[in-house]
Design a protein around this ligand. Structure first.
Ligand SMILES: [Zn+2]
Length: 122
């Protein structure tokens, strides 16, 4: 599945990918290769050219902290969530719960629209 290749879908789903990253980096230090495999498992085919700039942005924003480790003789960057990253994830969790209630469970009040128009007799 190449949903990240489509510009419109990309806007939506990169937000999901960011949340996945914050979630996993909150549990354990994660490197780009781990994250690409994990995103693949979730059905997001995300390449290094998309993932690394995204990680750097989250790091610059103070949501991730990077640490270099040597694994099998190679330097590898591992990312962990910061307290600011955890706070963003906590806020996102509240909003996700709300969104799931509406979009997945289809529970939510009407916001007006057609109902309001009917009352006007239009
Ligand atoms: Zn995941």
């Amino acid at each position: 599945m190449a949903i990240l290749d489509n510009d419109l879908f990309r806007d939506f789903f990169l937000g999901f990918v960011r949340l996945h990253i914050l979630f996993h980096a909150g549990h354990e230090p994660v490197c780009g290769v781990d994250l690409m495999a994990e995103m693949d498992r979730h059905g997001y085919r995300i390449g290094a050219g998309t993932l690394y700039p995204l990680l750097h942005r989250l790091e610059r924003a103070g949501l991730l902290r990077c640490e270099v480790r040597v694994v099998a003789g190679r330097q590898r960057k591992y990312y962990r969530s910061t307290p600011a990253g955890a706070a963003v994830l906590a806020e996102a969790r509240i909003r996700l719960r709300e969104l799931v209630g509406e979009v997945v469970e289809d529970q939510g009040p009407p916001i007006g629209g057609m109902a309001a128009q009917k009352e006007d007799g239009r």
